[in-house]
Design a protein. Structure first.
Length: 243
């Protein structure tokens, strides 16, 4: 299986809105919220985007504090050490020069205590004119719009909600990553079994390659995989087992 990044329709939508926020949003409103169900490619997208931008990528976690974020930013910017004031001053100076994009994954963990962690990141980014990307599960996105968090909600200029792969995305994904050629029938079967979850489509690539190797074929058709389980949705199996 190949491992390069596939630019799906979700990627295109994300990049279009990044461009809109950076070039048309007010300086104090350069926050983009990315939401989506598991397996829709959120993490892979921001990993790729962050690597291209040399962004500061922060993994949100329970109990996260402003002090922790200040230390993390200072470490990422090579200005660790000194008093809190010295650290903050060094961070602001580094941001003014580099204007780094900041990505906060599992961003819901930054909403505690009136979203003080997100407010801290927002202020640092705003002063430099940097983009702040917040990433969360679809079930958490409503929390960013709560009235008590208006100081954050009113500064979010775009919401991107990633969707499961459609047929075109599935074809693109399998044909770019799978090391065996597949026809439209195989693509449709993989889409139906995966329900458009990219991590399951990744499993399908490996199954298809194993099947091709076992049968000595360089290309597979619908007849070759008829009745085969190309990717099993574990969550679906768990739900069945719980009935």
């Amino acid at each position: 299986m190949r491992h390069h990044y596939v630019k799906t329709s979700n990627h295109t939508t994300f990049m279009d809105l990044v461009d809109a926020v950076e070039n048309r949003a007010a300086r104090e409103a350069r926050i983009l919220l990315l939401a989506g169900e598991p397996g829709t490619g959120k993490s892979r997208c921001v990993d790729h985007f962050g690597a291209e931008r040399n962004a500061i990528h922060i993994e949100g976690m329970p109990g996260m504090s402003v002090a922790y974020l200040r230390e993390l930013l200072a470490y990422e910017l090579d200005c660790a050490g000194g008093t809190k004031f010295q650290q903050q001053k060094a961070i602001q100076e580094a941001f003014a020069v580099r204007r780094p994009t900041v990505i906060l994954d599992e961003a819901q963990h930054g909403l505690d205590h009136k979203a003080e962690c997100i407010e801290f990141l927002r202020r640092v980014c705003e002063q430099a004119g940097s983009l702040l990307v917040l990433v969360c599960h679809t079930s958490e996105k409503h929390r960013f719009g709560e009235h008590k968090l208006a100081h954050i909600a009113t500064r979010i200029s775009a919401l991107v909600e990633f969707s499961p792969a459609h047929l075109g995305d599935t074809a693109l994904y399998l044909r770019e990553l799978c090391e065996v050629a597949v026809d439209d029938a195989v693509i449709k079967q993989a889409l139906a079994q995966s329900r458009g979850r990219y991590r399951l489509l990744s499993n399908a690539c490996r199954i298809l390659e194993d099947l091709a190797q076992a049968t000595g074929k360089s290309a597979l058709t619908g007849d070759d995989v008829k009745g085969a389980m190309l990717c099993e949705d574990a969550m679906k199996s768990l739900r069945k087992g719980g009935k």
